[in-house]
Structures are given as C-alpha cells and as structure tokens.
Design a binder for this molecule. Sequence first.
Ligand SMILES: [Zn+2]
Length: 167
Amino acid sequence: MDVANSVVLRHDQTRRTDRFEAASQLEGFPPAAAKFCAERALFGDIIGPAPRNRLNFLELREATDRYFRARVSGDSDDQLLADLLDALARTLRGANGTNGLDAATAHSVLRLIAMPDPERMKICRNCGWLFIDRSKNRSRAWCDMAVCGNRAKASRHYRRRKEEEAP
Ligand SMILES: [Zn+2]
C-alpha cells in the first residue's frame, strides 16, 4: 500500500508527484518506510528493487493502484486483476531473492488481494491515498488523522468562517 501511495495526489494532474521518479529514490524508500510507514514492520530488512527489475516494479505499482482503487470503488474487474497478476509474475521473476522491495511488494499485494476483510481498504477523502482502516468501528475516512483528518477539518472550518463573513 505504501508503495502504491508513492504517487502523491495521483488524482490531480497538475500537482501529482511521483516519489520514485529517480532510481535513487527507490533505494532510499525502504529505510525511510521502515521508520515512517503505517506498515513499517514489513520493511525491516528490505533493500531497493533489483535495478533490472525497476520497470516491472513500477508497472506492478500502477497495476496495484488501478486494481485496488477499482475494488474499493465497488467496480472490481477481473481484467484489472489479470493485469495485476501479470505484473506480479513479471516482478517476482525479475527479483533477486525475497528481501528486495520488488519481491516484498509482490508478496504484500498477494496478501491484500486475499485479505479477509476487503471492506477495510479505503481511499482517503483528502489526499486520495489507499489505506487500511483498522479502527474498531471501521469509520476512518482519512489515511492519517494527524495529517489529512486535520487538514479536512481545517478547510471545513475555513469555509464556514468565509460563509459567515460573506455579506
Ligand atoms: Zn490522506
């Protein structure tokens, strides 16, 4: 999920940023993710993807995002699933062992495909990231309350103030 989210503001053509644009960013991602990501425990001994596998890995990222985004929106599609499985197979074939980000991502995607409670996967209302809602009552609307939750609250507050001030 954290890999799929390496494209920030994916839905916004003018502001979207690809954190994996440069190969060096791919190398730096696992150590950073091991510190900051929600699923940080998964990144313990992970290193960057095998250089010859970078393209496969980036295709896997895109296929992952397309498939899960469609599934969360309620229009899961076997064609998108087939594309994702193709990308998974290519990535696994090109990986060097199991501790590369490429193989680790592929295994993580397989777990997500088969997750027992797929309704817990959601799209953040503020930034568009995919996230897993682990709250008890499954009511989270934002990937991160401290970041997107507060931002959404602040902009609601701002709009209300504007309306009050308007003549
Ligand atoms: Zn968010």
